[in-house]
Design a binder for this molecule. Structure first.
Ligand code: SAH
Length: 394
Protein backbone atom coordinates (compact mmCIF):
# COMPACT_ATOMS: atom_id res chain seq x y z
CA UNK A 1 0.00 0.00 0.00
CA UNK A 2 1.32 3.42 -0.91
CA UNK A 3 1.09 6.26 1.58
CA UNK A 4 -1.49 8.94 0.92
CA UNK A 5 -1.53 12.67 0.27
CA UNK A 6 -4.94 14.16 1.03
CA UNK A 7 -6.02 17.23 -0.91
CA UNK A 8 -8.01 20.16 0.38
CA UNK A 9 -11.68 20.28 -0.47
CA UNK A 10 -12.22 21.30 -4.12
CA UNK A 11 -8.55 20.92 -5.07
CA UNK A 12 -9.07 17.69 -7.01
CA UNK A 13 -10.24 19.33 -10.24
CA UNK A 14 -6.93 19.59 -12.06
CA UNK A 15 -6.11 15.92 -11.35
CA UNK A 16 -9.55 14.95 -12.62
CA UNK A 17 -8.52 16.71 -15.82
CA UNK A 18 -5.32 14.63 -15.88
CA UNK A 19 -2.92 17.47 -15.13
CA UNK A 20 0.17 15.62 -13.80
CA UNK A 21 1.30 18.06 -11.08
CA UNK A 22 0.08 18.56 -7.52
CA UNK A 23 1.05 21.90 -6.00
CA UNK A 24 1.90 21.99 -2.30
CA UNK A 25 -0.77 24.67 -1.74
CA UNK A 26 -3.48 22.12 -2.64
CA UNK A 27 -2.44 19.62 0.04
CA UNK A 28 -4.42 19.27 3.26
CA UNK A 29 -2.47 16.47 4.93
CA UNK A 30 0.15 13.92 4.18
CA UNK A 31 0.45 10.58 5.93
CA UNK A 32 3.30 10.29 8.39
CA UNK A 33 6.59 8.96 7.08
CA UNK A 34 6.39 10.17 3.48
CA UNK A 35 9.91 11.00 2.30
CA UNK A 36 11.28 12.78 -0.77
CA UNK A 37 11.24 10.47 -3.80
CA UNK A 38 8.54 8.16 -2.38
CA UNK A 39 5.69 6.89 -4.52
CA UNK A 40 2.40 8.14 -3.10
CA UNK A 41 -1.31 8.04 -3.81
CA UNK A 42 -3.17 11.31 -4.02
CA UNK A 43 -6.75 11.25 -2.71
CA UNK A 44 -9.46 13.90 -2.51
CA UNK A 45 -10.93 15.38 0.67
CA UNK A 46 -13.26 12.37 0.94
CA UNK A 47 -10.34 9.98 0.48
CA UNK A 48 -11.34 8.95 -3.06
CA UNK A 49 -8.39 7.90 -5.19
CA UNK A 50 -7.17 10.42 -7.78
CA UNK A 51 -3.64 9.61 -8.91
CA UNK A 52 -0.28 7.97 -8.16
CA UNK A 53 3.04 9.77 -8.41
CA UNK A 54 6.41 10.71 -6.92
CA UNK A 55 6.51 12.97 -3.88
CA UNK A 56 9.04 15.74 -3.33
CA UNK A 57 8.81 18.53 -0.79
CA UNK A 58 8.69 21.56 -3.12
CA UNK A 59 6.11 23.74 -4.82
CA UNK A 60 5.26 20.89 -7.21
CA UNK A 61 5.02 18.22 -4.54
CA UNK A 62 3.69 15.27 -6.57
CA UNK A 63 4.49 14.40 -10.18
CA UNK A 64 1.82 11.99 -11.33
CA UNK A 65 2.67 8.99 -13.49
CA UNK A 66 -0.67 7.17 -13.23
CA UNK A 67 -4.32 8.08 -12.91
CA UNK A 68 -5.20 4.44 -12.27
CA UNK A 69 -4.54 2.81 -8.93
CA UNK A 70 -1.34 0.78 -9.35
CA UNK A 71 1.57 -0.61 -7.40
CA UNK A 72 4.28 0.16 -9.95
CA UNK A 73 6.63 -2.74 -10.63
CA UNK A 74 9.25 -3.17 -13.38
CA UNK A 75 6.55 -4.25 -15.85
CA UNK A 76 4.60 -1.04 -15.21
CA UNK A 77 7.65 1.04 -16.26
CA UNK A 78 8.39 -1.35 -19.12
CA UNK A 79 4.93 -0.78 -20.62
CA UNK A 80 5.45 2.99 -20.47
CA UNK A 81 8.85 2.83 -22.13
CA UNK A 82 7.45 0.46 -24.76
CA UNK A 83 4.75 3.04 -25.53
CA UNK A 84 7.38 5.74 -25.94
CA UNK A 85 9.40 3.50 -28.27
CA UNK A 86 6.30 2.58 -30.31
CA UNK A 87 5.50 6.27 -30.80
CA UNK A 88 9.03 6.98 -32.14
CA UNK A 89 8.58 4.01 -34.46
CA UNK A 90 5.26 5.45 -35.66
CA UNK A 91 6.88 8.78 -36.52
CA UNK A 92 9.70 6.96 -38.36
CA UNK A 93 12.54 7.95 -36.08
CA UNK A 94 13.42 4.48 -34.83
CA UNK A 95 16.08 2.79 -36.95
CA UNK A 96 16.07 5.67 -39.40
CA UNK A 97 19.34 5.74 -41.35
CA UNK A 98 19.15 9.45 -42.05
CA UNK A 99 18.39 10.53 -38.48
CA UNK A 100 20.21 8.65 -35.75
CA UNK A 101 19.41 10.99 -32.87
CA UNK A 102 16.03 11.64 -31.34
CA UNK A 103 14.27 12.10 -28.02
CA UNK A 104 13.15 8.69 -26.83
CA UNK A 105 11.37 9.79 -23.64
CA UNK A 106 9.97 13.27 -23.13
CA UNK A 107 8.88 13.47 -19.48
CA UNK A 108 5.22 14.34 -18.99
CA UNK A 109 4.64 14.06 -22.76
CA UNK A 110 5.35 10.33 -22.44
CA UNK A 111 3.60 9.98 -19.08
CA UNK A 112 7.00 9.65 -17.43
CA UNK A 113 7.32 12.95 -15.54
CA UNK A 114 10.87 13.65 -14.45
CA UNK A 115 12.53 11.50 -17.11
CA UNK A 116 14.19 12.57 -20.35
CA UNK A 117 16.08 10.11 -22.55
CA UNK A 118 17.88 11.19 -25.72
CA UNK A 119 19.21 8.68 -28.21
CA UNK A 120 22.47 9.48 -30.01
CA UNK A 121 23.12 6.54 -32.33
CA UNK A 122 22.85 3.96 -29.56
CA UNK A 123 24.30 6.24 -26.86
CA UNK A 124 21.51 7.13 -24.45
CA UNK A 125 21.67 10.22 -22.26
CA UNK A 126 19.30 10.16 -19.29
CA UNK A 127 18.29 13.37 -17.61
CA UNK A 128 16.33 13.04 -14.38
CA UNK A 129 14.26 16.01 -13.27
CA UNK A 130 12.70 14.39 -10.20
CA UNK A 131 14.29 12.55 -7.30
CA UNK A 132 11.61 9.83 -7.43
CA UNK A 133 12.44 9.05 -11.05
CA UNK A 134 16.16 9.18 -10.25
CA UNK A 135 15.64 6.44 -7.66
CA UNK A 136 14.41 4.27 -10.55
CA UNK A 137 17.56 4.73 -12.60
CA UNK A 138 18.70 1.08 -12.30
CA UNK A 139 15.26 -0.08 -13.46
CA UNK A 140 15.34 2.34 -16.40
CA UNK A 141 18.82 1.17 -17.42
CA UNK A 142 17.94 -2.53 -17.31
CA UNK A 143 14.69 -1.96 -19.21
CA UNK A 144 16.45 0.00 -21.95
CA UNK A 145 19.04 -2.77 -22.30
CA UNK A 146 16.25 -5.35 -22.47
CA UNK A 147 14.17 -3.39 -24.98
CA UNK A 148 17.08 -2.54 -27.30
CA UNK A 149 19.01 -5.83 -27.26
CA UNK A 150 22.55 -5.36 -28.58
CA UNK A 151 21.80 -1.83 -29.79
CA UNK A 152 22.91 0.27 -26.84
CA UNK A 153 26.53 1.41 -26.82
CA UNK A 154 26.35 3.48 -23.65
CA UNK A 155 23.98 4.98 -21.09
CA UNK A 156 25.05 8.21 -19.41
CA UNK A 157 23.27 9.90 -16.52
CA UNK A 158 23.48 13.68 -16.93
CA UNK A 159 21.33 15.03 -14.14
CA UNK A 160 23.65 17.08 -11.94
CA UNK A 161 22.12 20.29 -13.20
CA UNK A 162 18.51 19.12 -13.40
CA UNK A 163 17.82 17.28 -10.13
CA UNK A 164 16.43 19.21 -7.18
CA UNK A 165 18.79 19.88 -4.30
CA UNK A 166 18.74 17.52 -1.35
CA UNK A 167 20.90 17.81 1.75
CA UNK A 168 21.46 14.08 1.92
CA UNK A 169 22.68 13.62 -1.62
CA UNK A 170 24.47 15.43 -4.39
CA UNK A 171 24.02 13.81 -7.79
CA UNK A 172 27.01 13.24 -10.05
CA UNK A 173 26.96 12.79 -13.80
CA UNK A 174 28.06 9.23 -14.46
CA UNK A 175 28.39 6.51 -17.04
CA UNK A 176 25.84 3.81 -16.20
CA UNK A 177 26.57 1.35 -19.00
CA UNK A 178 29.13 0.74 -21.78
CA UNK A 179 31.57 3.28 -23.11
CA UNK A 180 31.62 6.09 -25.60
CA UNK A 181 34.32 8.04 -27.26
CA UNK A 182 33.52 10.50 -30.00
CA UNK A 183 29.83 10.38 -30.81
CA UNK A 184 29.00 11.06 -34.43
CA UNK A 185 25.32 11.20 -35.40
CA UNK A 186 23.15 12.09 -38.36
CA UNK A 187 20.17 14.38 -38.50
CA UNK A 188 18.25 14.44 -41.77
CA UNK A 189 21.40 13.12 -43.40
CA UNK A 190 23.68 15.82 -41.93
CA UNK A 191 26.57 14.78 -39.66
CA UNK A 192 27.15 16.21 -36.18
CA UNK A 193 29.64 15.53 -33.40
CA UNK A 194 27.98 15.36 -30.00
CA UNK A 195 29.86 16.17 -26.81
CA UNK A 196 27.74 14.29 -24.30
CA UNK A 197 29.83 15.19 -21.26
CA UNK A 198 30.70 18.85 -21.84
CA UNK A 199 27.91 19.82 -24.22
CA UNK A 200 24.83 21.74 -23.13
CA UNK A 201 21.69 19.86 -22.07
CA UNK A 202 22.03 16.23 -23.19
CA UNK A 203 24.53 17.27 -25.88
CA UNK A 204 22.38 18.64 -28.71
CA UNK A 205 19.19 20.64 -29.14
CA UNK A 206 17.27 17.84 -30.81
CA UNK A 207 14.03 19.80 -30.50
CA UNK A 208 14.95 22.10 -33.43
CA UNK A 209 15.29 19.30 -36.03
CA UNK A 210 12.22 20.23 -38.08
CA UNK A 211 12.93 23.96 -37.92
CA UNK A 212 16.49 23.38 -39.12
CA UNK A 213 15.11 21.50 -42.08
CA UNK A 214 12.99 24.54 -42.88
CA UNK A 215 16.14 26.69 -42.89
CA UNK A 216 17.66 24.30 -45.41
CA UNK A 217 14.65 24.92 -47.68
CA UNK A 218 15.09 28.69 -47.46
CA UNK A 219 18.88 28.85 -47.75
CA UNK A 220 19.66 28.59 -51.46
CA UNK A 221 21.74 31.55 -52.61
CA UNK A 222 21.06 33.45 -49.39
CA UNK A 223 23.27 35.13 -46.80
CA UNK A 224 22.40 33.51 -43.50
CA UNK A 225 23.20 34.69 -39.97
CA UNK A 226 22.83 32.09 -37.20
CA UNK A 227 22.84 33.80 -33.81
CA UNK A 228 23.27 31.77 -30.58
CA UNK A 229 24.45 28.96 -32.84
CA UNK A 230 25.74 26.50 -30.16
CA UNK A 231 27.33 23.70 -32.25
CA UNK A 232 26.03 25.13 -35.51
CA UNK A 233 22.92 23.02 -36.07
CA UNK A 234 21.10 25.63 -38.16
CA UNK A 235 24.36 26.63 -39.90
CA UNK A 236 25.09 23.13 -41.22
CA UNK A 237 21.59 22.98 -42.72
CA UNK A 238 22.06 26.42 -44.31
CA UNK A 239 25.38 25.33 -45.85
CA UNK A 240 23.79 22.07 -47.05
CA UNK A 241 20.88 24.06 -48.46
CA UNK A 242 23.21 26.04 -50.72
CA UNK A 243 23.53 29.37 -48.87
CA UNK A 244 25.99 31.77 -50.47
CA UNK A 245 27.34 32.76 -47.04
CA UNK A 246 26.69 31.58 -43.47
CA UNK A 247 27.84 33.40 -40.34
CA UNK A 248 27.53 31.67 -36.94
CA UNK A 249 27.82 33.41 -33.58
CA UNK A 250 28.03 32.06 -30.05
CA UNK A 251 29.59 33.44 -26.89
CA UNK A 252 31.09 30.04 -26.04
CA UNK A 253 34.48 29.34 -27.65
CA UNK A 254 33.96 25.61 -27.15
CA UNK A 255 30.63 25.78 -29.03
CA UNK A 256 32.34 27.63 -31.88
CA UNK A 257 35.04 24.94 -32.09
CA UNK A 258 32.29 22.34 -32.42
CA UNK A 259 30.51 24.47 -35.02
CA UNK A 260 33.66 24.57 -37.13
CA UNK A 261 34.12 20.81 -36.80
CA UNK A 262 30.52 20.17 -37.81
CA UNK A 263 30.63 22.55 -40.75
CA UNK A 264 33.82 20.87 -41.97
CA UNK A 265 31.74 17.70 -42.47
CA UNK A 266 29.13 19.48 -44.63
CA UNK A 267 29.01 18.10 -48.12
CA UNK A 268 28.86 21.00 -50.60
CA UNK A 269 31.27 23.80 -49.70
CA UNK A 270 32.07 24.52 -46.09
CA UNK A 271 34.12 27.58 -47.19
CA UNK A 272 30.95 29.70 -47.35
CA UNK A 273 30.94 29.53 -43.55
CA UNK A 274 32.58 31.73 -40.92
CA UNK A 275 32.12 31.61 -37.17
CA UNK A 276 32.56 34.20 -34.43
CA UNK A 277 32.92 33.77 -30.67
CA UNK A 278 31.11 36.92 -29.66
CA UNK A 279 28.31 38.39 -27.60
CA UNK A 280 25.20 38.64 -29.78
CA UNK A 281 23.94 41.76 -28.02
CA UNK A 282 27.15 43.68 -28.81
CA UNK A 283 27.47 42.28 -32.29
CA UNK A 284 23.91 43.23 -33.26
CA UNK A 285 24.52 46.86 -32.33
CA UNK A 286 27.47 47.08 -34.73
CA UNK A 287 26.10 44.82 -37.46
CA UNK A 288 25.77 46.36 -40.90
CA UNK A 289 22.19 46.71 -42.16
CA UNK A 290 20.69 45.23 -45.33
CA UNK A 291 23.26 42.43 -45.54
CA UNK A 292 21.61 39.19 -44.37
CA UNK A 293 18.65 37.55 -46.14
CA UNK A 294 17.96 35.04 -43.34
CA UNK A 295 18.54 35.54 -39.62
CA UNK A 296 18.09 32.84 -36.98
CA UNK A 297 17.61 33.90 -33.38
CA UNK A 298 17.59 30.95 -30.99
CA UNK A 299 18.78 32.34 -27.64
CA UNK A 300 18.95 30.55 -24.30
CA UNK A 301 15.88 30.92 -22.04
CA UNK A 302 15.94 34.59 -21.03
CA UNK A 303 13.02 34.01 -18.63
CA UNK A 304 13.56 30.74 -16.84
CA UNK A 305 11.19 31.80 -14.01
CA UNK A 306 8.30 34.19 -13.60
CA UNK A 307 10.49 36.38 -11.34
CA UNK A 308 12.74 37.31 -14.26
CA UNK A 309 10.00 37.45 -16.88
CA UNK A 310 10.09 41.24 -17.41
CA UNK A 311 13.84 41.19 -17.91
CA UNK A 312 13.47 38.25 -20.29
CA UNK A 313 10.85 40.09 -22.35
CA UNK A 314 13.24 43.03 -22.66
CA UNK A 315 16.00 40.72 -23.91
CA UNK A 316 13.77 39.17 -26.57
CA UNK A 317 12.49 42.58 -27.63
CA UNK A 318 16.03 43.97 -27.99
CA UNK A 319 17.40 41.19 -30.19
CA UNK A 320 14.25 41.01 -32.31
CA UNK A 321 14.24 44.78 -32.80
CA UNK A 322 17.85 44.69 -33.98
CA UNK A 323 17.17 41.75 -36.30
CA UNK A 324 14.10 43.42 -37.84
CA UNK A 325 15.97 46.68 -38.20
CA UNK A 326 19.01 45.15 -39.92
CA UNK A 327 17.67 42.28 -42.01
CA UNK A 328 17.43 42.88 -45.77
CA UNK A 329 14.01 43.76 -47.04
CA UNK A 330 12.34 40.59 -48.23
CA UNK A 331 14.28 38.67 -45.59
CA UNK A 332 13.20 35.75 -43.41
CA UNK A 333 13.63 35.81 -39.64
CA UNK A 334 13.45 32.57 -37.66
CA UNK A 335 12.91 33.70 -34.08
CA UNK A 336 12.53 31.50 -30.99
CA UNK A 337 11.97 31.54 -27.26
CA UNK A 338 12.48 28.49 -25.06
CA UNK A 339 11.37 30.31 -21.89
CA UNK A 340 8.74 28.35 -20.01
CA UNK A 341 7.47 31.57 -18.42
CA UNK A 342 6.62 33.18 -21.78
CA UNK A 343 3.64 31.85 -23.72
CA UNK A 344 3.28 31.70 -27.50
CA UNK A 345 0.85 34.65 -27.34
CA UNK A 346 3.24 36.69 -25.20
CA UNK A 347 6.09 35.91 -27.54
CA UNK A 348 4.03 37.07 -30.48
CA UNK A 349 3.24 40.28 -28.59
CA UNK A 350 6.97 40.89 -28.11
CA UNK A 351 7.50 40.50 -31.86
CA UNK A 352 4.52 42.77 -32.52
CA UNK A 353 6.01 45.54 -30.37
CA UNK A 354 9.50 45.08 -31.86
CA UNK A 355 8.02 45.42 -35.37
CA UNK A 356 5.91 48.44 -34.37
CA UNK A 357 8.87 50.27 -32.80
CA UNK A 358 11.04 49.56 -35.85
CA UNK A 359 8.24 50.54 -38.28
CA UNK A 360 8.62 47.24 -40.14
CA UNK A 361 5.90 45.41 -42.01
CA UNK A 362 6.19 41.83 -40.83
CA UNK A 363 4.21 38.78 -41.90
CA UNK A 364 3.91 35.60 -39.87
CA UNK A 365 4.71 32.80 -42.29
CA UNK A 366 4.64 29.92 -39.84
CA UNK A 367 4.29 29.12 -36.14
CA UNK A 368 7.16 26.91 -35.03
CA UNK A 369 7.58 24.50 -32.14
CA UNK A 370 9.60 21.50 -31.04
CA UNK A 371 9.93 18.44 -33.22
CA UNK A 372 7.49 15.50 -33.14
CA UNK A 373 9.67 13.40 -30.83
CA UNK A 374 8.89 15.98 -28.10
CA UNK A 375 5.16 15.25 -27.73
CA UNK A 376 3.20 17.37 -25.28
CA UNK A 377 0.29 15.99 -23.26
CA UNK A 378 -2.85 17.94 -24.05
CA UNK A 379 -3.47 17.98 -20.29
CA UNK A 380 -0.05 19.53 -19.60
CA UNK A 381 0.40 22.59 -21.83
CA UNK A 382 3.36 23.68 -19.65
CA UNK A 383 5.40 21.06 -21.49
CA UNK A 384 5.31 23.22 -24.60
CA UNK A 385 8.36 25.38 -23.90
CA UNK A 386 9.74 26.07 -27.39
CA UNK A 387 7.87 28.64 -29.43
CA UNK A 388 9.00 30.23 -32.59
CA UNK A 389 7.88 32.24 -35.57
CA UNK A 390 9.05 32.35 -39.13
CA UNK A 391 8.65 35.95 -40.21
CA UNK A 392 8.82 37.62 -43.59
CA UNK A 393 10.09 41.15 -43.30
CA UNK A 394 9.01 43.47 -46.13
N1 SAH B 1 20.48 27.24 -31.83
C1 SAH B 1 21.25 26.25 -31.12
C2 SAH B 1 20.91 26.19 -29.64
C3 SAH B 1 21.13 27.49 -28.92
S1 SAH B 1 21.36 27.32 -27.21
C4 SAH B 1 21.07 24.88 -31.80
O1 SAH B 1 20.27 24.77 -32.73
O2 SAH B 1 21.73 23.94 -31.39
C5 SAH B 1 21.81 28.92 -26.77
C6 SAH B 1 23.26 29.29 -27.08
O3 SAH B 1 23.41 30.67 -26.81
C7 SAH B 1 24.31 28.60 -26.22
O4 SAH B 1 25.20 27.91 -27.05
C8 SAH B 1 25.03 29.74 -25.48
O5 SAH B 1 26.44 29.54 -25.39
C9 SAH B 1 24.73 30.93 -26.36
N2 SAH B 1 24.71 32.26 -25.72
C10 SAH B 1 24.18 32.62 -24.54
N3 SAH B 1 24.27 33.96 -24.36
C11 SAH B 1 24.88 34.45 -25.46
C12 SAH B 1 25.25 35.77 -25.89
N4 SAH B 1 24.99 36.83 -25.14
N5 SAH B 1 25.84 35.92 -27.08
C13 SAH B 1 26.11 34.83 -27.86
N6 SAH B 1 25.78 33.58 -27.52
C14 SAH B 1 25.17 33.39 -26.34
Amino acid sequence: MLKKIILQKGKEKSLQRFHPWVFSGAVLKKEAGIADGDMVEVVDYNHHYLATGHYFNSSICVRVFSFEQVLPDADFWKQKILKAIAYRRDISLLHNEKTTMFRLINGEGDELPGLIADWFDGNVVLQFHSYGMYLLKETVVSLLLELFPGEIKSIYNKSEATLPELKSFSPKDELLFGTFDEVLVKENGILFYIDIIKGQKTGFFIDQRENRDLVRQFAKGKRVLNLFCYTGGFSSYAVEGGASLVHSVDISKKAIEFTDQNIAMCAPKPDVHQSFADNVFDLMEEMKPDFYDVIILDPPAFAKHHKVKEQGIKGYRTINRRALEKIKSGGFLFTFSCSQAISQEEFQTIIFSAAAIEHKKVKIVKHLQHAMDHPISVFHPEGSYLKGLLLYVE
